[in-house]
Design a protein around this ligand. Structure first.
Ligand code: CMP
Length: 135
């Protein structure tokens, strides 16, 4: 079994798409190991996206992620990382395959509905970033 981290981003949350995305997660065979709703602080968002710190879109990305509530989920499934990336589609919703979550609920590369870990290792690191310490 593999772990991946999913984030339902503030655009999806604001648009009322959270329930539909969680239904999709379940119907695609993921076990929701952990889930919480939160509003990210600037420090927490900057830490999460630290690898992108030098990219030109970094401050826009952090501002967006802090602009409203998110739902963060640690998902478990066989082949969870690749499966979730297939279910969510390309980073840019305009390039995402029909029926993928980003095609259905995203708008553009910034407002792209959901996050997914990019490797098995990062699935664990990112899940620990949100769920290692209990509230
Ligand atoms: P995500 O899967 O959360 O991981 C990194 C995020 O950076 C990505 O989704 C996008 O939302 C964001 N991103 C990538 N490229 C750009 C860009 N050119 N402009 C704004 N945001 C971007």
């Amino acid at each position: 079994m593999e772990i991946t981290l999913a984030i339902i981003k503030p655009d999806s949350y604001r648009n009322g798409d959270t329930g539909k995305i969680i239904d999709r997660i379940i119907s695609e065979g993921f076990n929701i190991k952990e889930m919480k709703q939160l509003r990210l602080s600037k420090e927490k968002a900057e830490g999460f996206y630290n690898v992108h710190r030098e990219r030109p879109f970094f401050s826009e990305l952090v501002d967006f992620m802090c602009s409203g509530n998110c739902v963060v989920l640690s998902l478990e499934r066989e082949n969870a990382v690749d499966k979730w990336r297939t279910v969510i589609g390309a980073t840019n919703p305009e390039e995402a395959e029909e029926g993928t979550i980003r095609a259905l609920y995203g708008t553009d590369t910034g407002n792209n509905a959901v996050h997914g870990s990019d490797s098995s290792e990062n699935g664990i690191i990112e899940s620990n970033y949100f769920f290692l310490k209990r509230d």
